[in-house]
Design a protein around this ligand. Structure first.
Ligand code: B4P
Length: 200
């Protein structure tokens, strides 16, 4: 059918998933080069807006500094704008999005509008205590308020289990969930993820 022909079957759209500090941003930076995908990190876009003191940044900062999620309506609108900026992309790595069911539904709708879909969710699995140590370590130099304080880090992990972890079921139902051990050297983890991507 016409619709079938229009579908961008060669697009690869990855959701990089996992708790705070699991290494989503770290891995996305390698994967975007290797697979020539456009990397969209909602955390990075928020931090860029905070640095430039935009209206969006000022709004997001009040949530991020406390380790809370930025409200869905704001985050979804921003994500859509980032996707629209990259109309020619051969695929995307969504890093840190979706984090709620509403965001996952919005992403499915957006991909459908673009005649494509999410190819896979790749979930980095890391124990909570390792996460806390990694983020405290980064907090020593990153200047990120949400990494500076153990209580805030634990709040972020708590919110992950309350609101985000459920998304595993969302993608499992569609046969798109791939768990990857997120402990080990950064290059070993890139290899593990690459095996999943190459099998898609
Ligand atoms: P994010 O910016 O998404 O960041 P993150 O949770 O810190 O995680 P990431 O997993 O990317 O960690 P990284 O690779 O850097 O979110 C920050 C905030 O933004 C959220 O709390 C929220 O407020 C807001 N936000 C973002 N998206 C949102 C959304 N969709 N909805 C609502 N709010 C949203 O790795 C962490 C550290 O570990 C680094 O120091 C790294 O060097 C180290 N590391 C990585 N891999 C390692 C390895 N293999 N071994 C040892 N250390 C490793």
């Amino acid at each position: 059918t016409q619709v079938y022909k229009l579908k961008k079957e060669n697009m690869t759209n990855l959701v990089l998933f996992g708790p705070p500090g699991a290494g989503k941003g770290t891995q996305a930076n390698f994967l975007k080069e290797k697979y020539k995908l456009v990397h969209i990190s909602t955390g990075d876009v928020f931090r860029y807006n905070i640095k430039n003191e935009t209206e969006l940044g000022l709004h997001a900062k009040s949530f991020m500094d406390k380790g809370q999620l930025v409200p869905d309506d704001v985050t979804i609108k921003m994500l859509e704008a980032e996707v629209d900026k990259n109309a020619e992309a051969k695929g995307f790595i969504f890093d840190g999005f979706p984090r709620t069911v509403a965001q996952a539904e919005a992403l499915a709708d957006l991909m459908k509008q673009k005649n494509t879909e999410v190819s896979a969710m790749i979930a980095l699995e890391v124990d909570d205590e390792v996460l806390v140590q990694r983020l405290l370590e980064r907090g020593k130099t990153s200047g990120r308020k949400d990494d500076a304080d153990e209580a805030i880090i634990r709040n972020r992990i708590h919110i992950y289990y309350e609101e985000t972890a459920i998304l595993k079921q969302f993608y499992l139902k569609e046969d798109k969930y791939f768990g990857v051990d997120g402990v080990g050297s950064i290059s070993d983890i890139t290899e593990r993820i690459s095996k999943v991507i190459d099998s898609l």
